[in-house]
Write a protein that binds this ligand. Sequence first.
Ligand SMILES: Nc1ncnc2c1ncn2[C@@H]1O[C@H](COP(=O)(O)OP(=O)(O)O)[C@@H](O)[C@H]1O
Ligand SMILES: [Mg+2]
Length: 257
Amino acid sequence: MALLEVKDVSKVYQGSVPVEVLKQISLKVQEGEFVSIMGPSGSGKTTLLNVIATLDTPTGGSIFIEGENPHQFSKEKVASFRRQKLGFVFQSYNLLAPLTVEENIMMPLTLDRVSPNDMREKSDRLLKELGIQKLAKKRIYELSGGESQRVAIARALIHDPSLILADEPTGNLDSKSARTVMEILSQTNKQKKVTTLMVTHDAFSASYSDRVVFIKDGKFFNDIYCGNNREAFYQNILAVLAHLGGASHDFQNPHLS
Ligand SMILES: Nc1ncnc2c1ncn2[C@@H]1O[C@H](COP(=O)(O)OP(=O)(O)O)[C@@H](O)[C@H]1O
Ligand SMILES: [Mg+2]
Protein backbone atom coordinates (compact mmCIF):
# COMPACT_ATOMS: atom_id res chain seq x y z
CA MET A 1 0.00 0.00 0.00
CA ALA A 2 1.22 3.48 -0.81
CA LEU A 3 1.87 5.65 2.26
CA LEU A 4 0.31 8.59 0.46
CA GLU A 5 -2.30 8.47 -2.24
CA VAL A 6 -3.61 11.59 -3.94
CA LYS A 7 -6.60 10.63 -6.05
CA ASP A 8 -8.10 12.96 -8.68
CA VAL A 9 -7.60 15.97 -6.45
CA SER A 10 -8.92 19.32 -7.64
CA LYS A 11 -8.69 22.71 -6.04
CA VAL A 12 -10.66 25.71 -7.18
CA TYR A 13 -10.04 29.06 -5.52
CA GLN A 14 -13.27 31.02 -5.54
CA GLY A 15 -12.96 34.70 -6.30
CA SER A 16 -14.46 37.15 -8.75
CA VAL A 17 -13.05 34.70 -11.30
CA PRO A 18 -12.75 31.12 -9.94
CA VAL A 19 -9.30 29.62 -10.61
CA GLU A 20 -8.76 25.88 -10.90
CA VAL A 21 -5.29 25.43 -9.48
CA LEU A 22 -5.26 21.62 -9.22
CA LYS A 23 -6.96 19.63 -11.98
CA GLN A 24 -7.71 16.04 -11.01
CA ILE A 25 -4.16 15.33 -10.01
CA SER A 26 -3.22 11.82 -8.88
CA LEU A 27 -0.03 10.69 -7.20
CA LYS A 28 1.15 7.76 -5.09
CA VAL A 29 4.14 7.86 -2.78
CA GLN A 30 5.42 4.57 -1.41
CA GLU A 31 6.45 4.09 2.20
CA GLY A 32 10.05 5.25 2.67
CA GLU A 33 10.17 6.99 -0.70
CA PHE A 34 11.69 10.46 -1.11
CA VAL A 35 9.79 12.34 -3.81
CA SER A 36 10.37 15.87 -5.08
CA ILE A 37 7.69 17.89 -6.81
CA MET A 38 8.82 20.37 -9.45
CA GLY A 39 6.96 22.60 -11.86
CA PRO A 40 6.84 26.20 -13.05
CA SER A 41 5.98 28.97 -10.64
CA GLY A 42 2.20 29.05 -10.11
CA SER A 43 1.69 25.44 -11.27
CA GLY A 44 0.07 24.46 -7.96
CA LYS A 45 2.96 22.87 -6.02
CA THR A 46 2.34 24.67 -2.73
CA THR A 47 -1.41 24.17 -3.07
CA LEU A 48 -0.87 20.44 -3.57
CA LEU A 49 1.40 20.24 -0.53
CA ASN A 50 -1.09 22.24 1.56
CA VAL A 51 -4.04 20.01 0.72
CA ILE A 52 -1.95 16.93 1.53
CA ALA A 53 -0.94 18.64 4.78
CA THR A 54 -4.63 19.24 5.63
CA LEU A 55 -3.78 22.95 5.84
CA ASP A 56 -6.15 23.52 2.91
CA THR A 57 -9.16 21.53 1.64
CA PRO A 58 -9.47 20.05 -1.85
CA THR A 59 -12.62 20.87 -3.81
CA GLY A 60 -12.63 17.41 -5.40
CA GLY A 61 -11.00 14.00 -5.09
CA SER A 62 -9.47 12.37 -2.02
CA ILE A 63 -6.22 12.04 -0.12
CA PHE A 64 -5.18 8.97 1.84
CA ILE A 65 -2.29 8.88 4.29
CA GLU A 66 -1.60 5.41 5.68
CA GLY A 67 -4.99 4.44 4.29
CA GLU A 68 -6.88 7.16 6.19
CA ASN A 69 -8.59 10.19 4.71
CA PRO A 70 -7.85 13.00 7.18
CA HIS A 71 -10.12 15.43 5.32
CA GLN A 72 -13.05 13.39 6.64
CA PHE A 73 -11.94 13.69 10.26
CA SER A 74 -13.43 16.03 12.86
CA LYS A 75 -11.51 19.24 13.55
CA GLU A 76 -9.95 17.83 16.73
CA LYS A 77 -9.00 14.54 15.11
CA VAL A 78 -7.42 16.22 12.11
CA ALA A 79 -5.33 18.43 14.41
CA SER A 80 -3.97 15.45 16.32
CA PHE A 81 -3.46 13.49 13.07
CA ARG A 82 -1.42 16.37 11.68
CA ARG A 83 0.67 16.57 14.83
CA GLN A 84 1.29 12.83 15.13
CA LYS A 85 1.73 11.78 11.52
CA LEU A 86 3.08 14.78 9.66
CA GLY A 87 6.24 16.85 9.92
CA PHE A 88 6.48 20.23 8.22
CA VAL A 89 9.49 22.08 6.88
CA PHE A 90 8.94 25.48 5.27
CA GLN A 91 11.16 27.81 3.27
CA SER A 92 10.88 30.41 6.04
CA TYR A 93 11.63 27.93 8.90
CA ASN A 94 8.60 29.08 10.99
CA LEU A 95 10.49 28.92 14.27
CA LEU A 96 9.74 31.04 17.32
CA ALA A 97 12.56 33.60 17.33
CA PRO A 98 12.67 34.56 21.03
CA LEU A 99 12.85 30.92 22.19
CA THR A 100 15.90 28.67 22.31
CA VAL A 101 16.62 25.90 19.84
CA GLU A 102 15.67 23.15 22.28
CA GLU A 103 12.49 24.96 23.31
CA ASN A 104 11.47 25.12 19.64
CA ILE A 105 12.23 21.45 19.09
CA MET A 106 10.31 20.37 22.20
CA MET A 107 7.35 22.66 21.46
CA PRO A 108 5.22 20.05 19.61
CA LEU A 109 5.56 17.67 22.57
CA THR A 110 4.26 20.15 25.13
CA LEU A 111 0.82 19.74 23.56
CA ASP A 112 0.95 16.01 24.30
CA ARG A 113 1.79 16.26 28.00
CA VAL A 114 5.11 14.47 27.53
CA SER A 115 7.23 14.68 30.72
CA PRO A 116 10.03 17.28 30.69
CA ASN A 117 12.67 14.55 31.02
CA ASP A 118 11.36 12.62 28.04
CA MET A 119 11.11 15.83 26.02
CA ARG A 120 14.72 16.74 26.76
CA GLU A 121 15.92 13.22 25.99
CA LYS A 122 14.17 13.19 22.61
CA SER A 123 15.38 16.68 21.77
CA ASP A 124 18.99 15.85 22.77
CA ARG A 125 18.97 12.75 20.59
CA LEU A 126 17.71 14.66 17.56
CA LEU A 127 20.14 17.53 18.08
CA LYS A 128 22.94 14.98 18.11
CA GLU A 129 21.69 13.13 15.03
CA LEU A 130 21.48 16.37 13.10
CA GLY A 131 24.87 17.59 14.34
CA ILE A 132 23.53 20.70 16.08
CA GLN A 133 24.04 19.88 19.80
CA LYS A 134 26.09 23.05 20.19
CA LEU A 135 23.07 25.15 19.25
CA ALA A 136 20.73 23.79 21.96
CA LYS A 137 20.79 26.88 24.20
CA LYS A 138 20.98 29.47 21.43
CA ARG A 139 18.03 31.61 20.50
CA ILE A 140 16.65 31.40 16.98
CA TYR A 141 17.60 34.99 16.13
CA GLU A 142 21.25 34.03 16.72
CA LEU A 143 21.24 31.33 14.02
CA SER A 144 22.16 31.34 10.34
CA GLY A 145 19.57 30.24 7.77
CA GLY A 146 21.11 26.80 7.40
CA GLU A 147 21.18 26.29 11.17
CA SER A 148 17.57 27.45 11.43
CA GLN A 149 16.47 24.96 8.80
CA ARG A 150 18.26 22.14 10.61
CA VAL A 151 16.40 23.10 13.80
CA ALA A 152 13.14 23.16 11.84
CA ILE A 153 13.89 19.64 10.56
CA ALA A 154 14.58 18.46 14.12
CA ARG A 155 11.26 19.94 15.23
CA ALA A 156 9.49 18.23 12.32
CA LEU A 157 10.99 14.89 13.39
CA ILE A 158 10.22 15.07 17.12
CA HIS A 159 7.02 13.04 16.77
CA ASP A 160 8.56 10.42 14.49
CA PRO A 161 6.19 11.41 11.69
CA SER A 162 5.15 9.04 8.90
CA LEU A 163 5.45 11.78 6.32
CA ILE A 164 7.65 14.86 6.05
CA LEU A 165 6.24 17.64 3.88
CA ALA A 166 8.79 20.25 2.86
CA ASP A 167 8.02 23.33 0.76
CA GLU A 168 11.17 24.84 -0.78
CA PRO A 169 13.32 23.93 2.26
CA THR A 170 16.46 25.25 0.53
CA GLY A 171 14.77 28.26 -1.04
CA ASN A 172 16.39 30.81 1.28
CA LEU A 173 19.76 29.14 1.65
CA ASP A 174 23.20 29.63 0.13
CA SER A 175 24.56 26.63 -1.78
CA LYS A 176 26.65 25.22 1.08
CA SER A 177 23.75 25.34 3.57
CA ALA A 178 21.39 23.94 0.96
CA ARG A 179 23.70 20.99 0.51
CA THR A 180 23.83 20.34 4.27
CA VAL A 181 20.06 20.55 4.58
CA MET A 182 19.56 18.17 1.65
CA GLU A 183 22.08 15.73 3.13
CA ILE A 184 20.12 15.78 6.38
CA LEU A 185 16.76 15.27 4.68
CA SER A 186 18.22 12.44 2.61
CA GLN A 187 19.91 10.80 5.60
CA THR A 188 16.72 11.05 7.70
CA ASN A 189 14.72 9.53 4.88
CA LYS A 190 17.14 6.61 4.53
CA GLN A 191 17.89 5.95 8.21
CA LYS A 192 14.49 6.60 9.79
CA LYS A 193 12.63 5.47 6.68
CA VAL A 194 10.46 8.55 6.92
CA THR A 195 8.59 9.13 3.68
CA THR A 196 9.44 12.59 2.34
CA LEU A 197 7.62 14.82 -0.10
CA MET A 198 9.46 18.01 -1.01
CA VAL A 199 8.55 20.87 -3.31
CA THR A 200 11.56 22.54 -4.86
CA HIS A 201 12.48 24.64 -7.87
CA ASP A 202 16.11 23.68 -7.47
CA ALA A 203 17.30 20.74 -9.59
CA PHE A 204 20.31 20.14 -7.38
CA SER A 205 18.13 19.76 -4.26
CA ALA A 206 15.71 17.54 -6.20
CA SER A 207 18.58 15.27 -7.24
CA TYR A 208 18.77 14.01 -3.62
CA SER A 209 15.36 12.35 -3.97
CA ASP A 210 14.41 8.93 -5.34
CA ARG A 211 11.93 10.36 -7.83
CA VAL A 212 10.90 13.74 -9.20
CA VAL A 213 7.26 14.35 -10.12
CA PHE A 214 6.75 17.25 -12.50
CA ILE A 215 3.49 19.13 -12.53
CA LYS A 216 2.28 21.70 -15.00
CA ASP A 217 -0.89 23.79 -14.82
CA GLY A 218 -2.16 21.78 -11.86
CA LYS A 219 -1.79 18.44 -13.63
CA PHE A 220 0.65 15.56 -13.50
CA PHE A 221 3.21 16.02 -16.29
CA ASN A 222 5.88 13.37 -15.89
CA ASP A 223 8.03 11.57 -13.33
CA ILE A 224 11.59 10.29 -13.37
CA TYR A 225 13.51 8.02 -11.02
CA CYS A 226 17.03 8.46 -9.70
CA GLY A 227 18.31 4.91 -10.10
CA ASN A 228 21.92 4.60 -9.02
CA ASN A 229 23.51 7.57 -10.75
CA ARG A 230 22.72 10.86 -9.10
CA GLU A 231 24.69 12.97 -11.57
CA ALA A 232 22.76 11.44 -14.50
CA PHE A 233 19.54 11.99 -12.55
CA TYR A 234 20.44 15.65 -12.11
CA GLN A 235 21.01 15.97 -15.87
CA ASN A 236 17.66 14.25 -16.53
CA ILE A 237 15.89 16.65 -14.19
CA LEU A 238 17.37 19.61 -16.10
CA ALA A 239 16.30 18.06 -19.40
CA VAL A 240 12.68 17.63 -18.25
CA LEU A 241 12.65 21.16 -16.86
CA ALA A 242 13.85 22.49 -20.21
CA HIS A 243 11.10 20.52 -21.93
CA LEU A 244 8.52 21.67 -19.39
CA GLY A 245 9.25 25.25 -20.28
CA GLY A 246 7.45 27.97 -18.36
CA ALA A 247 9.52 30.35 -16.34
CA SER A 248 12.90 28.75 -16.91
CA HIS A 249 14.61 31.27 -14.64
CA ASP A 250 12.85 29.46 -11.78
CA PHE A 251 15.11 26.52 -12.31
CA GLN A 252 18.56 27.98 -12.51
CA ASN A 253 20.86 26.08 -10.26
CA PRO A 254 23.17 28.22 -8.16
CA HIS A 255 24.79 25.20 -6.53
CA LEU A 256 26.91 23.79 -9.28
CA SER A 257 28.18 27.01 -10.78
N1 LIG B 1 -5.53 31.49 -1.49
C1 LIG B 1 -5.51 31.66 -2.82
N2 LIG B 1 -6.53 32.29 -3.46
C2 LIG B 1 -6.54 32.43 -4.80
N3 LIG B 1 -5.57 31.98 -5.61
C3 LIG B 1 -4.53 31.35 -5.06
C4 LIG B 1 -4.44 31.15 -3.63
N4 LIG B 1 -3.29 30.47 -3.36
C5 LIG B 1 -2.70 30.28 -4.55
N5 LIG B 1 -3.44 30.79 -5.56
C6 LIG B 1 -3.10 30.74 -7.01
O1 LIG B 1 -2.95 29.38 -7.37
C7 LIG B 1 -1.90 29.21 -8.30
C8 LIG B 1 -0.93 28.18 -7.79
O2 LIG B 1 -0.27 28.66 -6.64
P1 LIG B 1 0.80 27.81 -5.84
O3 LIG B 1 0.21 26.51 -5.44
O4 LIG B 1 1.31 28.67 -4.75
O5 LIG B 1 1.90 27.57 -6.97
P2 LIG B 1 3.43 27.17 -6.86
O6 LIG B 1 3.73 26.76 -5.46
O7 LIG B 1 3.59 26.06 -7.85
O8 LIG B 1 4.21 28.36 -7.29
C9 LIG B 1 -1.29 30.57 -8.51
O9 LIG B 1 -1.82 31.09 -9.70
C10 LIG B 1 -1.76 31.35 -7.30
O10 LIG B 1 -1.90 32.71 -7.63
MG1 LIG C 1 5.06 27.44 -3.98
